[in-house]
Design a protein around this ligand. Structure first.
Ligand SMILES: NC(=O)c1ccc[n+]([C@@H]2O[C@H](COP(=O)([O-])OP(=O)(O)OC[C@H]3O[C@@H](n4cnc5c(N)ncnc54)[C@H](OP(=O)(O)O)[C@@H]3O)[C@@H](O)[C@H]2O)c1
Length: 263
């Protein structure tokens, strides 16, 4: 069955690739992006690839932008937009932590509430939250981001139970990608070096940290978004999506192993 799907943060990375994949499968896709510039670039890519997307600017932190979704008959909302932030919890400025939570949790929930309004009335719908494996296992020096994804995963699981109680055919699921090479992880790990200075507790460790980060992402990151997009498509098309969709698979196994070991 063809669906009306709205995805956020579709100007780049996983969101852009998922928007194209869903449209190519025959769904109507509202591919929403953070800026007008991204909208123009995505439009050009649609022409080049001969794929149809309905593109508009939706900065999820702006109420005026969120209002645009109220009248759309959305069957599936994919909350993909997200930001990263790194640094030790011992010293990172709380304003930075708040900003991550503002986008990854609060604005995501505000958009979800706006879309749920129509879904409850129509008595059908699916909401996907793009969380992260970093929302299952705490990642040192990525905690501002990791905590926001823990909170998002908890929100998704709780909302799922609430919607089950409502019994209006509304399904909630979590997409939990492992590390994927989109540039997101590099920008996130680098963010702390813009403010760490000689006063930082970790100043003398910074070159070692940089080497370790580079090495672990070179080892862990999937080269492309295909496995994650495949799970998103599966969840978006499922009649009764399960709670969690993890990809790439080997990173999912690593999470299970880590949790068995009590991490
Ligand atoms: N890549 C990974 O390894 C990985 C792993 C686990 C989970 N994830 C999650 O997957 C999602 C997509 O990440 P990605 O790797 O594809 O990185 P990405 O290319 O940076 O995608 C994130 C998108 O969200 C947009 N965005 C940020 N703030 C927004 C806002 N206020 N309103 C609307 N859009 C906003 C970004 O726009 P700008 O470019 O303008 O900031 C960007 O287009 C994120 O939620 C991320 O946390 C990624």
């Amino acid at each position: 069955m063809k669906k009306n799907i709205l995805i956020t943060g579709a100007g780049s990375g996983i969101g852009r690739d998922a928007a194209f994949a869903l449209s190519e499968r025959g769904h109507r896709v509202w591919a929403t992006v953070q800026s007008q510039e991204q909208a123009q670039n995505l439009q050009k890519e649609c022409v080049a690839r001969d794929v149809k997307l309905d593109i508009f600017k939706l900065d999820i932190t702006l109420e005026s932008d969120r209002k645009q979704v109220l009248d759309l008959p959305i069957d599936v909302l994919i909350n993909n937009a997200g930001v990263g932030e790194s640094g030790s919890l011992a010293e990172v400025a709380m304003a930075r932590v708040r900003r991550v939570f503002e986008v990854n949790l609060f604005a995501t929930l505000e958009l979800t509430q706006a879309v749920l309004h129509g879904m409850v009335w129509r008595e059908r719908g699916t909401v996907l939250f793009v969380s992260s494996i970093a929302g299952r296992i705490p990642v040192p020096f990525l905690m501002p981001y990791s905590m926001s994804k823990f909170a998002l995963s908890a929100a998704g699981a709780g909302l799922r139970a609430e919607m089950d109680r409502l019994d209006k055919n509304i399904h909630i699921a979590l997409i939990e990608p492992g590390a994927v090479h989109t540039g997101f992880n590099q920008a996130m790990t680098d963010s702390k070096y813009t403010w760490m200075d000689a006063n930082s507790y970790f100043w003398s460790l910074r070159e070692r940290l940089k080497r370790e980060e580079k090495r672990s992402f070179a080892f862990l990151e999937a080269r492309d978004t295909r496995s994650v997009v495949a799970q998103m498509v599966k969840a978006a098309e499922a009649r009764r999506p399960r709670l969690r969709y993890v990809a790439p698979r080997f990173q999912g196994w690593m999470v299970r192993l880590a949790r068995m070991l009590g991490v």
